[in-house]
Design a protein around this ligand. Structure first.
Ligand SMILES: [Zn+2]
Ligand SMILES: [Zn+2]
Length: 819
């Protein structure tokens, strides 16, 4: 290939690839991009939307382009938007910034006529959808022809001429106020420098996008829908309005945010008079829950949450009455199917189902009444997820589902309603329920009352009625509500104690002295946890009986004598450590190493904890037990003999079968393969020299065993509850889910925690409590604890807004403050 183009203009530093190709075409008097594209690629010279994107990303033959233009490849590479993948999302390198796909507009060129007049080339930054205003000329970029009103595309080689032949003039572009340049300014900062300055939440294009996206979810779309903000698909003038609108709550952080919240509260209070203050902000809470912010931008997430809490705490309850809706324009206007669809702005499949169920079947000309469509759109804007409904009512998800199942509240959309994937509830329905509750209050000051929160804690487990039956009874007047504090949602309901206990058929007499012990009592007595106790029972070591005591279904109970018998005969590891005043680390393993055989446990009968016979324990020598703390399995290698390959294989290598046997616990060759696949051990490369078997270096295998099988510094996940004297659920929620304790996987599904980490947690737990633990030890609900934080009565020592953890920890002194 010897040909070069006749005219070979210099590329500019901030020029886009597509722009340069256009300029080349124009300079060489081609009327479209096609001739140049066919020179670059023998097969494909069509100009299509996806082709433009590919060209911008550099998917073209740079070598040929370099030859055609006689420019070094480096110079040409500089015109490209390099594509990078971060956290599974696509980003483009524009100058110094990494810009997410959603903020790139490859489809339609946007231009500043004055810039082009000064120097006729397409600037890279014009492709970024948030760069809406030319900062040099303070005018809105143009992407639409003022003569034929069509959106520009890349088919013209001269950017200043529309397809219709009209010239694009600077006079057609709108001048903007300096207050409208904020977003373009931040974009330019990110592209030309390394960071964005002057906004407390925004540092780079990622946080920039996150903030706009959140603002967008809050202001202008269905917050239950998962559709991403897509600025790039809109024409400039709409994009400008939409982006500025989305950014409004954050424009002057945090004052603008408080202003925004005040407006929401004022409007919503008129619509939902029965909602608590936090419930009035349901859109915000749902948007926060559903936005990817929490994971991708935890700092912004926390800042928003913090200001929200501040707002709820300080809010002065402004209240206005909404003006009645404008009724004057209500002549029966009809909308076409297309207009209806645009107005509802939902997906095609949603649209079909929504109109089928909710709109009157269209007249023969397929038209819908504007009234009906507007009403449907209003409902769609009010919908919340089941999760959010639970928050508004201040119930658990489970109890909210019960209300739904029993028909006390109804879903507007959902799998059973219109086939939509999520259950969505009209907030009006929730307001109606709370209003009905509020209307049925009959104050009876003489009677003792039971708030719903207390009912859940104390009576619900033994109640003969489900929660929804209780609400039903209250709504029908069979159960008196004597107080309703709407700030606490349904939890703010208080019943008359006499009536409630009568209804749920609970006898308040004291239990008899010869009582049966519940599972909870046994857990406490043996200092173990629920699942372990069930395993001990199913191993036949502890006899139980089924009984129905204050509970609808029969439960397991243990007699006091049986528990005594068990405790005299058997002993659990935690008690061994206690008796010998020794470290509880690996106490079971150490006990077994002294030759004492457990009767039950992980390696015996798949029990969850080891159980020893008490009589065997008496013979243990404390010093020997203590000495074993530093015990480590020998990891010495076998002696070497002659170094023939076969001999070497025998001594230095192990085959898969041997490895499996060493792994123990019914390990097989498949398990060994899993370890290889996951990179824990590697097979020796012997190229058939040792037959067709796979061999492993003994050293490597023993190292693995030392690390995971015999390592006194690692505690198995299932032993952690005993080790920390914590129940499984609390371990899971307070320590694992929150990321305060991380586990190590051995590649075979067994997970461990490091002893050092556990020691630290143990120490911490002496002085610290989780929210649930604090609630339990003070007889309050978690909600009470959260309220106490909000009111400044107690202060967490760790948690959201304090450090990076998602759950709270409190100093034990908080107990007295809460009581
Ligand atoms: Zn300009
Ligand atoms: Zn035109």
């Amino acid at each position: 290939m010897k040909k070069r183009l006749l005219k070979r203009p210099e590329p500019n530093l901030d020029e886009s690839m597509i722009g340069y190709l256009l300029r080349l075409s124009d300079a060489n008097c081609y009327e479209s991009l096609s001739p140049i594209l066919s020179l670059l690629d023998d097969n494909d010279c069509e100009v299509k939307a996806h082709k433009i994107r590919a060209l911008c990303m550099g998917k073209l033959n740079i070598e040929r382009l370099s030859h055609l233009t006689n420019k070094p490849q480096n110079t040409l590479n500089n015109l490209i938007f390099q594509s990078i993948t971060l956290n599974k999302s696509q980003y483009f390198r524009v100058g110094h910034a990494s810009i997410s796909d959603e903020l790139m507009n490859f489809r339609n060129p946007a231009i500043c006529v004055q810039c082009l007049t000064e120097s006729s080339y397409h600037r890279k930054i014009w492709t970024v959808a948030s760069y809406i205003v030319c900062l040099k000329h303070l005018s809105l970029l143009q992407d639409t022809c003022s003569t034929c009103h069509s959106v520009f595309n890349w088919s013209r080689t001269n950017l200043l001429k529309c397809r219709c032949g009209a010239e694009i003039k600077a006079a057609d572009s709108r001048q903007v106020e300096s207050s409208e340049t904020l977003l373009a300014d931040m974009t330019a900062q990110a592209v030309t420098g390394h960071s964005i300055k002057g906004h407390p939440l925004i540092k780079d294009m990622q946080s920039f996008y996150a903030v706009i996206h959140l603002g967008y979810m809050l202001s202008s779309r269905y917050s239950w829908s998962n559709t991403e903000l897509d600025l790039s698909s809109q024409i400039i003038s709409n994009r400008h309005t939409e982006a500025l609108n989305a950014f409004k709550p954050f424009a002057n952080w945090p004052e603008s945010f408080h202003q925004f919240l005040t407006e929401i509260v004022v409007i919503n209070r008129a619509i939902y008079p029965a909602f608590s203050k936090p419930a009035l902000l349901f859109r915000l809470s749902m948007a926060l829950d559903r936005s990817p912010l929490r994971k991708l931008q935890p700092d912004i997430y926390q800042a928003v949450e913090y200001e929200l809490e501040n707002f709820i705490r300080s809010e002065q309850t402004p209240s206005i009455l909404l003006k009645p809706k404008n009724q004057n324009l209500m002549q029966e206007k009809l909308l076409s199917k297309e207009e209806t669809k645009n107005m509802l702005s939902v997906s095609d499949s949603s649209f079909a189902r929504l109109i089928k169920i909710n709109l009157k079947s269209p007249s023969s000309d397929e038209k819908y009444s504007l009234d009906n469509v507007t009403e449907l759109r209003d409902i769609l804007l009010r919908l919340v997820t089941l999760n959010e409904a639970a928050k508004i009512l201040r119930l658990s998800l489970h109890n909210t589902k019960n209300l739904l199942k029993s028909g006390i509240i109804t879903a507007f959309r959902g799998p059973d309603v219109d086939g939509y994937r999520d259950i969505l509830i009209d907030t009006k329905v929730l307001n109606d329920l709370l209003t009905a509750i509020g209307n049925s209050v009959k104050p009876k000051s003489i009677h003792e009352v039971i708030p719903l929160s207390l009912y859940f804690k104390k009576y619900h487990y033994n109640s003969t009625h489900t929660f929804d039956e209780l609400i039903h009874a209250a709504l029908e007047g069979r159960l008196s509500i004597v107080n309703f504090d709407k700030e606490n949602g349904l939890l703010g309901v208080s019943f008359s104690k006499d009536e409630l206990l009568q209804l749920i058929d609970i006898k308040t007499k004291n239990k008899e002295t010869n009582e049966l012990l519940s599972i909870n009592d046994v857990i406490v007595a043996l200092n173990s946890y629920r699942d372990a106790i069930y395993r001990i029972m199913s191993a036949g070591l502890l006899k139980y009986q089924m009984a129905t005591i204050n509970i609808k279904s029969a439960q397991r109970f243990v007699s006091a004598e049986e528990l005594d018998r068990f405790k005299t005969k058997y002993i659990l590891p935690s008690e061994i450590a206690e008796i010998f005043q020794t470290n509880a680390t690996n106490i079971s393993e150490r006990t077994m190493h002294l030759g004492i055989k457990p009767v039950s446990g992980p390696t015996i009968d798949n029990g969850l904890v080891y159980i020893f016979e008490r009589k065997d324990i008496i013979s243990i020598n404390k010093q020997e037990l203590d000495k074993l703390q530093s015990y480590k399995t020998r990891t010495g290698r076998p002696k070497k003999e002659q170094m023939t390959p076969k001999n070497k294989a025998k001594t230095d290598y192990m085959d898969a079968q041997t490895v499996a046997e060493l792994l123990g616990d019914n390990a097989n060759i498949q398990k060994v393969s899993r370890l290889v696949k996951k990179g824990f051990i590697q097979a020796v490369q012997h190229n058939g020299e040792l037959g067709n078997k796979r061999y492993f270096k003994s050293e490597v295998v023993l190292q693995y065993l030392a690390e995971f099988r015999n390592n006194p510094h690692l505690i198995k996940l299932q032993d952690i509850p005993t080790w920390l004297s914590i129940n499984k659920r609390r371990l899971e929620i307070d320590w694992l889910k929150s990321g305060r304790l991380s586990l190590i996987n051995d590649g075979l599904g067994q997970r461990y925690a490091h002893v050092d980490d556990l020691e630290n947690i143990k120490k911490l737990r002496i002085s610290a409590l989780s929210t649930q633990e604090l609630a339990e030890s003070t007889g309050k609900t978690r909600q009470d604890v959260n309220n106490a934080i909000r009111l400044g009565k107690i202060q967490p020592i760790s948690g959201p807004n304090y450090d990076s953890f998602p759950n709270f920890l409190f100093d034990r002194t908080s107990i007295t403050k809460l009581l």
